[in-house]
Write a protein that binds this ligand. Structure first.
Ligand code: ADP
Length: 305
C-alpha cells in the first residue's frame, strides 16, 4: 500500500565539539529524526515530508538541502524572511554531554502561522506525526491552530501520531504544559510516550496507568516506551503486548533512541506488520542507534530485517 507520511516540528542546526575549538555542524530535532528513520524503512512508493518553517539565509538553504539529501521532502516548508533556524551546541566535558540552545526566535516557532499551508500539507498525508516539542515551541494560539487541524485530520480518518516528548524547560508553565500535552493526546489516534517522562510529569505509577490515561483522552492506540524495559503496546483496546528491548553491547549515545523507535515502528506498521512485529523491529533499530554517536545513523550501520 502506498501512502504519505508528514512529520511536523523543528529541525535545528547542531554544533558539536570536534577537537579543541573546532565545531562540527549537523542537523537534528525529534520530529525530523522520526521522519528520517521512517524514510529509511518505508517502501519506496511512500513519500515522507517534513513540515516546518525556515528563514531565507544560507543556513536555512543548507538545512533544506540536508533534509532533501535524506530523501525527506521539503515542498511544504515555508521560508520566512528575517528568521533563521534554531541552533544548539553539544559540549563534551569529561565524557558528560551538556546542551546550550538558541531557539527562542527560530523560524519554526511560526510554523503554524500559515493555516492554509498547514491544512494542505495535512490533507495530503495519510499519517501525520507531531510531538510535545512541536507544541512547546509554539505560542498558545499557534498550538491551538495546529491542534485544531490535527483534530480535523483525525475526524477525517487520518492516522495522527503523537510523541509527548515532555521537555519542561521548553514550557514556561507546568499546568499549561500538561494541559497542552493532554490536548495532543486527544488529537491523536496513536500516542507513543516514554514512561519515565509520563511518571515524572503526570504521576503515572505504572505503564498501565499511562496507557489508560491516553486511552481515556481518546487515543485508540498507545505504545509506551520504557528504555531498556522495552515497550508495551495497546492497540484498539485489545490486550497489552510487551515487546522487550534488544540487547545493546555498549550504550554509546542514547540520543534519538525514542525517535528511531518511532520512525522505524511507523514504517513497519505502514508496511503491514503487526504492532508486535513492528515493535520488535523498531527495538532492534533503536538498540543499534544507541550503539553509535549522533541522532541520525546511516542505514549501512543498522540491521537489515
Ligand atoms: P526516549 O528516547 O523517547 O526516552 P526510550 O528511552 O524509552 O525512549 O527508548 C526507546 C526505545 O529504545 C526503547 O523502547 C528500546 O527499544 C530502546 N532502548 C532504549 N534504551 C535502551 C537500552 N539501554 N538497551 C536496549 N534498548 C534500549
Amino acid at each position: 500500500m502506498t501512502g504519505k507520511l508528514l512529520s511536523i516540528g523543528e529541525c535545528m542546526v547542531e554544533l558539536m565539539q570536534a577537537e579543541r575549538d573546532m565545531l562540527r555542524k549537523g542537523y537534528a530535532g525529534d520530529t525530523f529524526n522520526t521522519a528520517y528513520y521512517a524514510r529509511l524503512f518505508l517502501p519506496a512508493d511512500w513519500t515522507v515530508d517534513y513540515f516546518t518553517a525556515v528563514g531565507t539565509d544560507t543556513v536555512s538553504d543548507e538545512l533544506l538541502a540536508f533534509i532533501e539529501s535524506t530523501g525527506v521532502g521539503t515542498a511544504h516548508i515555508r521560508k520566512i524572511e528575517g528568521r533563521t533556524p534554531g541552533l544548539y551546541m553539544i559540549h563534551l566535558k569529561d565524557g558528560e554531554r551538556s546542551f546550550s540552545y538558541w531557539r527562542s526566535t527560530s523560524a519554526a516557532k511560526l510554523l503554524a502561522d500559515d493555516p492554509d499551508r498547514l491544512r494542505a500539507a495535512i490533507e495530503a498525508a495519510n499519517v501525520v506525526f507531531f510531538s510535545g516539542i512541536t507544541l512547546a515551541i509554539l505560542s498558545p494560539d499557534a498550538a491551538e491552530t495546529l491542534l485544531a487541524e490535527l483534530r480535523r485530520a483525525k475526524a477525517g480518518g487520518r492516522q495522527v501520531v503523537f510523541d509527548p516528548n515532555i521537555r519542561p524547560r521548553l514550557w514556561d508553565d507546568a499546568a499549561r504544559m500538561r494541559a497542552t500535552i493532554e490536548a495532543g493526546g486527544r488529537a491523536a489516534t496513536m500516542v507513543m510516550p516514554s514512561f519515565d517522562d509520563e511518571a515524572t510529569h503526570f504521576g503515572d505509577a505504572s505503564v498501565e496507568a499511562t496507557i489508560e490515561r491516553y486511552r481515556a483522552l481518546g487515543a485508540e492506540n498507545v505504545a509506551v516506551k520504557d528504555g531498556e524495559n522495552g515497550v508495551t503496546l495497546c492497540f484498539a483496546g485489545k490486550e497489552r503486548v510487551h515487546v522487550p528491548a534488544s540487547q545493546v553491547s555498549a550504550v554509546v549515545d542514547t540520543t534519538s533512541a525514542g525517535d528511531s523507535f518511532n520512525g522505524s515502528f511507523l514504517a513497519r506498521l505502514a508496511s503491514g506488520d503487526s504492532p508486535a512485529d513492528a515493535a520488535a523491529f523498531a527495538a532492534r533499530i533503536a538498540a543499534a542507534v544507541i550503539g553509535h554517536h549522533g541522532a541520525l545513523i546511516g542505514r549501512e550501520k543498522l540491521p537489515r530485517g
